[in-house]
Design a protein around this ligand. Structure first.
Ligand code: ZN
Length: 350
């Protein structure tokens, strides 16, 4: 498990290197492991990136290790300081009533040990449907077609959508197109951010120090475009996320021009924007702008299991922004899956 963590770190480092200098898989292999990554044991450094692409991910790792290793110090220190700003607020049948589309929480990780029937009972109680977003692209989650096959089989016949959260820009090379297209949907976020020196910084943790917000925003917007351009995803998760230090300046930092760059790329590529119940993003202004451009939306709790349906913010925004069925993401038919539709994976920052 530990050695896997090391190789995962190396993998993400290599993915960042590849992103900086696009090339072949061979080039990626040559850069892997990347100096400065592989040597750092998990939990040894509080400020260094821990190479988890999602706040839930460290906990996924701990859950995956249950019964084998004690949860790592890394998982314990893997604090989501942005999510801590908001108390969970769950969907309810009353809250959902009035919307003209079924409410789905597409960002459920199912890693807290709650059995499927327990998760389904919670979803029913909260008046919603759920999509299981299994991590993929790194060793704590799915790493190859066989893993994906097992995941699909585990949830086959259950009334859930079966999706993946792709971690690291290189995951599309780790699975066959045929397998990716069997998923109902794929999500990815821009929350592991490649710094100028090549370090990957987890933006939701105290490791994210932003000395120059304007400079950060320019690079961060470009990275958001890259995440959408280089991965065949259905949904940009935690869209418009900002590190804790910048949350108070959200409206100033997300200028019209920056919002429009993200929105235009999402529109062009057919990527839906997640309205995150966990982080209370994007803002109403952002959502209205994206809606006007014809971008679709999904709802997500980024939960580990029992906290599924923490999407009251998403539902409120849907009502305030008058989102209708036509504005809401639904899993595409097979021939319209991004991995099929986007036959060639685009590269570049725009
Ligand atoms: Zn997640």
């Amino acid at each position: 498990m530990r050695s896997h963590s090391l190789s995962r770190r190396a993998f993400l480092g290599a993915a960042a290197a590849l992103a900086a200098a696009p090339g072949s898989l061979k080039a990626l292999a040559a850069r892997w492991p990347r100096p400065g990554w592989a040597a750092v044991p998990p939990g040894a450094d509080s400020d260094a990136p821990t190479a988890h692409s999602c706040p839930c991910q460290g906990q996924d790792a701990a859950a995956a290790q249950a019964g084998a290793d004690a949860p790592s110090a890394q998982a314990a220190q893997h604090r989501d300081i942005v999510a801590a700003r908001y108390s969970p607020e769950f969907a309810t049948p009353a809250l959902v009533a009035g919307l003209d589309f079924p409410v789905v929480d597409y960002h459920v990780h199912a890693t807290d040990g709650t059995p499927p029937e327990g998760l389904l009972a919670l979803a029913r109680e909260r008046g919603i449907k759920i999509g299981i977003a299994q991590h993929g692209g790194i060793q704590e989650g799915m790493r190859n077609d066989d893993d994906m096959r097992q995941f699909l089989a585990r949830w086959a016949g259950q009334p859930v959508y079966r999706g993946m959260q792709g971690d690291g820009l290189a995951w599309p090379k780790m699975f066959s197109k045929e397998m990716i297209a069997r998923l109902d949907y794929v999500i990815a976020d821009a929350m592991i951010f490649p710094e100028k020196d090549g370090r990957l910084v987890e933006l939701w943790t105290p490791a994210a120090k932003i000395p120059d917000p304007e400079d950060f925003m320019e690079r961060y917007v470009a990275y958001n475009l890259q995440v959408m351009n280089e991965q065949p995803i259905d949904i940009l998760a935690s869209s418009s996320f900002l590190p804790e230090a910048l949350v108070g300046d959200y409206d100033r930092l997300w200028t019209d021009e920056r919002m429009e760059r993200v929105i235009e790329t999402a529109r062009k590529l057919g990527v839906a924007l997640e309205i995150s119940g966990l982080y209370h993003i994007p803002s109403k202004k952002f959502i209205l702008k994206a809606k006007q451009a014809g971008v679709k939306f999904s709802f997500g709790s980024n939960s580990r299991g029992k906290d599924l349906g923490n999407i009251a913010y998403s539902i409120r925004m849907a009502k305030e922004c008058a989102l209708a069925r036509s504005d809401i993401f639904t899993p595409a038919p097979h021939d319209q899956k991004p991995v099929i539709r986007r036959a060639t994976v685009r590269r570049g920052n725009s």
